[in-house]
Design a protein around this ligand. Structure first.
Ligand SMILES: Nc1ncnc2c1ncn2[C@@H]1O[C@H](COP(=O)(O)OP(=O)(O)OP(=O)(O)O)[C@@H](O)[C@H]1O
Length: 236
């Protein structure tokens, strides 16, 4: 579904993503790991259209994304969440979903919004102010809900589980697994926690200094000497 061929993003002299090649399929949950600064968010930005690649190619369902702007990528089915939840201030939870859906699809589908509110356990909070009246777990659920409203085929999730305590994290992981099946949405997820990635993902990509250093099952990747070294080095 999504294919990256030698994708490279440079910021001046810094190569944030360095000739990365891989394919993500609709029926899988794919993890993206690597130490801080490895290039994970930049890769997401290139796929969603926030950053223009320096070289290489990104195709989605065989369409070259190079000259396709952000909103059209959303309409093609590429959804994303941000590391720091970004609700629209002054608006309720439901209004946030309406805005996100209109941007991502060009229309408003109240039935879909109700279904998504229900699925993300936000139905009881629909009339609350999204910026000031939600707990962290609810804010993160809203990020997922905003993306789900746009009927995505592929969701890019940027550290959606970060900051949650154990039980919240467990509930959220279950929601992501259910979402993958119920809405037939492929998932590409950035996450630091090895246990979470191992439980959630079919395959994992490890980046280090922008380069893809391992790709395989969680077990294969987390036992790869280069990955162990990159994680140990990062902690040291
Ligand atoms: N707009 C930008 N301009 C210049 N440098 C940038 C820009 N965005 C990211 N970088 C740099 O590119 C490199 C990769 O950053 P990126 O945020 O993609 O890493 P990451 O793996 O997502 O890190 P983290 O886990 O901390 O979120 C870093 O060295 C970062 O400082």
């Amino acid at each position: 579904m999504l294919q990256l061929d030698a994708l490279t993003v440079r910021f001046g002299g810094l190569t944030a993503v360095d000739a990365v090649t891989f394919t993500a399929e609709k029926d899988e949950v794919l993890g993206l790991v690597g130490p801080n600064g490895a290039g994970k968010t930049t890769l997401f930005n290139a796929v969603s259209g926030l950053v223009r690649p320096t070289s290489g190619r990104i195709t989605f369902e065989s369409v070259n994304l190079l000259n396709i702007p952000l909103h059209r990528r959303a309409r093609m089915g590429i959804g994303r969440t941000f590391q720091i939840p970004q609700p629209l201030h002054e608006l309720t939870v439901r209004e946030n979903l309406v805005v996100a859906q209109r941007f991502g699809t060009g229309r408003v589908d109240e039935v879909r919004i109700d279904e998504v509110l229900d699925f993300t356990n936000l139905a009881g909070r629909a009339q609350r102010n999204a910026a000031t009246e939600l707990a962290l777990t609810e804010l993160k659920a809203l990020e997922i809900a905003k993306a789900l409203c746009t009927d995505p085929k592929l969701l890019l999730l940027d550290e959606v589980l970060a900051g949650l305590e154990t039980s919240g994290k467990r509930r959220f992981m279950k929601m992501l697994q259910d979402m993958h099946k119920r809405f037939s949405v492929g998932i590409l997820i950035i996450e630091h926690d090895i246990e979470t990635i191992t439980q959630l993902c079919d395959r994992v990509i490890a980046l280090d200094f922008g380069r893809l250093i391992a790709l395989g099952t969680p077990h294969e990747v987390f036992s790869d000497p280069d990955v162990v070294r990159s994680y140990t080095g990062a902690q040291a």
